[in-house]
Design a protein around this ligand. Structure first.
Ligand code: MEV
Length: 371
């Protein structure tokens, strides 16, 4: 048995435009998906076994290997303000949209299994033929919320299975496989999610190439993640933007360009903040204010692409009203989460009492084997 885990992510700047070759910057967070894989003798169709496991699914992969899939990620529910350290208690049950998201995540799971099996076959591993696999996933991340749960699932599953099969896949291969899976499921995908889940830390990304911005302990980016209460599908939102681009190619390309410029300006500020470079024009708070303004500009540009929602826009204005330096939706939009940047040491606990919030920290850790 092996267990691997991979982090979720927040895109700080550049979503959607990144699918069309513009830069983006994203960070891994300290909420992870854990994937345990094992060989098992049990038949997945054995009813006593299945009925003892709520939410269990099984299917035959293209290779004829039978997979048992047990997803615990949606079993628990806490009130808002989830702090790190709480296991698996991620979000309120009302924000679930179970069936579509379940099948969507299952598709990522199937593609991940198939890609690793194909690799094992290419490497001459015949032991896995006709085996029965058991896969158990546990998540600290809400699904379909813009926090990279699908990318993290793929990456953790690839790592776990490759270790179970004795394949020695490096991070480069794992990230590339994750990207291929996203393209298969979504149609278009930039690859940023699986890359961040694989490598961890803050990543300045462009088309499969990236710089990892080393995080030092001093960085104090006080982000609050607020769930809009509605789930969304990355595939649908990416498709919607593609359609807008087909209708108005010149306009939409200019919006992508503007998002790219905002991202590069934000990266400069982040480097200054992280490396603590002296700058004559600004103190740390001034840097954070600049970053906040760029978040707001990015939100405006995402609005113009039609990927914000009434709930997200309301949360955006409410954040600013209650002292945020800036805010924007994160991920594909159409629902999911807003990120809101506050001055250091602001107590944000009471601002969004009526919403599910996720308090998390930027994390340097990427994919890893747990045991
Ligand atoms: C999804 O987390 C980010 C998008 O830019 C899609 C992608 O980059 O593949 C919307």
């Amino acid at each position: 048995m092996t267990t691997a885990s991979a982090p979720g992510k927040i895109i700080l700047f550049g979503e959607h435009a990144v699918v069309y070759g513009r830069p983006a910057v994203a960070t891994a967070i300290d909420k992870r998906i854990y994937v345990e894989t094992d060989f098992t003798e049990k038949s997945p169709y054995e009813s006593s076994y299945i009925s003892s496991i709520k939410d269990s699914q099984s299917y035959s992969s293209k290779k004829g290997i039978i997979i048992q899939y047990y997803d615990k990620s949606r079993l628990s529910y806490t009130k808002n303000d989830i702090t790190s350290g709480q296991e698996h208690d991620v979000y309120k049950s009302e924000i679930r949209d179970e069936r579509p998201t379940f099948y969507q995540s299952n598709k990522y799971l199937q593609e991940s299994v198939d890609i690793v099996l194909k690799k094992a076959e290419m490497m001459g591993n015949t032991e896995i033929k006709d085996c029965v696999l058991k896969i158990v996933t546990k998540s600290e991340l809400p699904i379909s919320s813009g926090l990279g749960s699908s990318g993290a699932l793929c990456v953790a599953l690839i790592k776990s299975l490759s270790s179970l099969f004795g394949l020695d896949l490096d991070n480069k291969e794992i990230a590339q496989m994750g990207w291929e899976i996203e393209r298969n499921v979504q149609g278009f995908a930039s690859g940023i999610d699986p890359f961040v889940s694989t490598y961890g830390g803050i990543i300045h990304y462009n088309n499969g190439c990236f710089d990892r911005i080393d995080i030092d302990d001093q960085i104090d980016l006080n982000f609050l993640i607020i769930h809009s209460g509605k789930n969304s599908s990355t595939k649908d939102m990416v498709k919607r933007v593609a359609e807008l681009k087909t209708r108005f190619p010149n306009t939409v390309n200019k919006i992508f360009d503007a998002i790219g410029v905002v991202t590069e300006e934000a990266v400069d500020i982040l480097y200054n903040l992280i490396k603590g470079k002296p700058s004559k024009r600004s103190s740390k708070l001034e840097h954070l204010q600049l970053l906040g303004s760029l978040l707001c500009i990015n939100q405006g540009l995402l609005e113009s692409l039609g990927v914000s929602t009434l709930e997200l826009s309301n949360l955006f204005y409410r954040s600013l009203r209650y002292g945020a330096l800036g805010a924007k939706l994160t991920g594909s939009g159409g629902g999911g989460c807003l990120i809101s940047l506050y001055p250091p040491s602001t107590d944000m606990a009471t601002i969004f009492e009526d919403y599910t919030t996720l308090k998390c920290r930027i994390s340097p850790n990427g994919v890893m084997i747990e045991k």
